[in-house]
Design a protein around this ligand. Structure first.
Ligand SMILES: [Cu+2]
Length: 65
């Protein structure tokens, strides 16, 4: 099954997101197969919300200090 790791920002119109990220934070939208991995090295500190586009109930939050 294909999933995505999609950041919750204005560019990805994530209406299902718990909240939108602050402007200026990193942005990404990557497809990832079930059981596979996605990595991203953050360049800006902040609170990041992300979700899966085909399954918007799949969500997460990452706090970068
Ligand atoms: Cu998914």
């Amino acid at each position: 099954m294909m999933h995505t790791v999609t950041i919750c920002d204005a560019n990805h119109s994530a209406s299902q997101c718990p909240a939108l990220d602050a402007t200026g934070l990193d942005s990404f939208d990557s497809q990832v197969a079930g059981g596979d991995m996605f990595s991203h090295t953050f360049t800006v500190a902040g609170t990041y919300y992300y979700y899966c586009r085909p399954h918007p109930w799949m969500q997460g939050e990452i706090i970068v200090h």
